[in-house]
Design a protein around this ligand. Structure first.
Ligand code: ADP
Length: 544
């Protein structure tokens, strides 16, 4: 027997329609690439989204065609999100920090028909122009006054096209399982893999993002996604904010501490989201400038492990809740958040902290389990660790046009293998011990590089730390700590190693420390462990 409720489709268009209808005067504020702060509203954006859909149709974009963007977080990018998906095409966000070869590969693999590009990234496209022969048009996301000289053939101007567009574009009826957007995981090994989200998965993920123990997006919030719209759709915040009717503050290229602080303060941001590196820059800026965070209530931090010292600084110095979250491109990305349960509220602070530093418990819609090498489920006791597998309606079923990668990532019973090695405790809180390829195998023991990094950044002198397993004649691998010190700070390698005393067993302390000016980062802001392992592949420990 079927239920008798309306069969309304869950579509991306419905999100912006809702925002325009019921939160029409709520602001969308952008730091533009051209310079000034730009202000619009959901009402105006909806109007422009319609015109933009007409522009796309005029460029020959039809149902299911892929339209790429290479752009910062800004209002034109937001309009593209809704216009492209809304007209039945697929919004393909490209990470401009990828290597040129990877971008060429991705554009070809996705068979992008049109590319929209921010002024900053025009040179990125110019450098790979020879590999873009399948692309029909390139639109530069600016107005006529700011159009650059470019060697790109037939570059069009976004605002010129908008000025010439007609008003009355009719949205097509869209089945909720239609593809809406496409994002390639950065692929530390091999080629990037395409994750093709649907309207339905995007809307369901938005509900999760709005839920209180998700990201708790609300109409009372002013939200700053520092996480880029070219990285897993800015963690789904543009869609979730429209669903909630929240004010959106889009930082453009301004990721430095001062620029982020200016927006946090001027736009009375209550909720911000980003990777730990961004918050490290902000906290350094706050310390040096003596500024505070009077409006910010909470910050969602994920993408890499959130160190305890960062949670403490946010809470104790700035009265801001730092909420740890975990996810993946393959998961739209929301998987777990470390919101405490009711019964944990009265625990002593140290016990609360033990939960807050974990990656957290699943939001409804995401199921998790850990398995051993024989794919046997391991207990949720907070001790046993194994590969994390996940399942749910906003988790990738198959990669886009990549049967081999799909085969490797799926289990026979329909779970997705994350490649993260984790524990899950009795409360359902998951802790990432490591990426399976980053875990340090010393003798018969496993050492978590993440745990060692978190301790290192708790030292006052340390700005950023990476720990890798470097080859060791006796133990196979031993942990090598590579770190960047804060401006003007100094500490010896021996003192830094002693800092581990009393925190973890001695056999798992780093064996040696290397100081560097800068650590290599991936296109998504994670430390490039692979590169570090290459750099230190011939490392000789004193103990050898
Ligand atoms: P990429 O494109 O680099 O793969 P993703 O965001 O999809 O970017 O990366 C997902 C991976 O990032 C996860 O599998 C996990 O290893 C790591 N990650 C994400 N969030 C966290 C976190 N809170 N703590 C530790 N690692 C994290």
């Amino acid at each position: 027997m079927h239920g008798l409720m309306m069969r309304a489709q869950l579509t991306v268009n419905s999100l912006i329609e809702h925002a325009a209808k019921f939160h029409g005067d709520t602001e969308i504020v952008s730091r533009t690439v051209e310079g000034p702060i730009h202000r619009t509203t959901y009402g105006e954006a909806f109007h422009r989204v319609h015109k933009l859909a007409g522009v796309l149709a005029g460029l020959g974009v039809g149902n299911g065609d892929r339209v790429a963007t290479l752009a910062w977080n800004g209002y034109r990018h937001l309009e593209l999100y809704f216009a492209i998906s809304g007209m039945g095409a697929v919004c393909h966000t490209i990470n401009p920090r990828l290597f040129p070869d990877q971008i060429t590969f991705i554009v070809g693999h996705a068979a992008d028909k049109v590319i929209f590009v921010d002024l900053t990234f025009v040179p990125v496209l110019e450098a790979i122009a020879g590999g873009l022969s399948g692309v029909n048009a390139i639109v530069i996301m600016t107005d006529n006054d700011h159009m650059p000289e470019t060697s790109l053939p037939n570059a069009l101007c976004f605002e010129d096209l908008m000025a010439g567009a007609s008003e009355g574009f009719d949205w097509p009826e869209i089945d909720e399982n239609t593809a809406s957007s496409l994002c390639y995981s950065s692929g530390t090994t091999g080629n990037p893999k395409g994750v093709l989200y649907s309207h339905r998965s995007t809307v369901l993920h938005s509900f999760a993002a709005c839920s209180h123990d998700g990201l708790a997006l609300s109409a009372a919030d002013s939200i700053l996604p520092v996480v880029p719209m070219f990285h897993v759709n800015a963690w789904g915040i543009p869609y979730g904010a429209a669903m909630a009717g929240a004010k959106l503050v889009l930082p453009g290229a301004g990721m430095d501490g001062g620029s982020v602080w200016e927006l946090l303060d001027n736009e009375r941001v209550t909720l911000a989201a980003g990777v730990p590196t961004i918050w490290m820059l902000l906290l350094q800026y706050l310390k040096e400038s003596g500024k505070s965070l009077p409006h910010l209530e909470r910050t969602i931090i994920g993408g890499s492990a959130l160190p305890q010292s960062m949670i403490e600084t946010f809470e104790e110095t700035y009265d801001v809740a730092a909420i740890h979250a975990w996810g993946m491109t393959e998961m739209s990305p929301l998987g777990t958040t470390a919101h405490l349960k009711g019964k944990m509220q009265d625990l002593p602070d140290v016990e609360k902290m033990a939960y807050k530093v974990k990656q957290g418990r699943p939001v409804y819609g995401v199921d998790i389990k850990i398995v051993d090498d024989d794919y046997q489920s391991l207990p949720h006791d907070g001790v046993a660790f194994g590969e994390l597998c996940v399942k749910g309606p906003w988790i990738v079923g198959d990669y886009y046009e990549d049967a081999d990668a799909s085969e490797q990532a799926k289990t026979d019973d329909g779970w997705f293998r994350t490649g993260d090695v984790c524990t899950i405790d009795a409360e359902g809180f998951m802790l990432i011990v490591d990426r399976s390829k980053d875990v340090i195998k010393s003798g018969g023991e496993w050492i978590s590089s993440i745990e060692l990094e978190n301790i290192a950044v708790g030292h006052d002198a340390v700005a950023e730390a990476a720990v890798i397993g470097a080859p060791h004649a006796k133990w196979g691998e031993r942990p090598l700590l590579v770190c960047v010190l804060n401006n003007g700070a100094s500490v010896s390698g021996d003192d830094l190693i002693q800092f581990y005393d009393g925190k973890i067993p001695k056999w798992s302390w780093p064996d040696a420390v290397e100081f560097v000016d800068e650590l290599p980062h991936t296109a998504t802001g994670k430390i490039q462990k692979l590169k570090l392992r290459e750099t230190y592949s011939d490392y000789k420990f004193a103990s050898e």
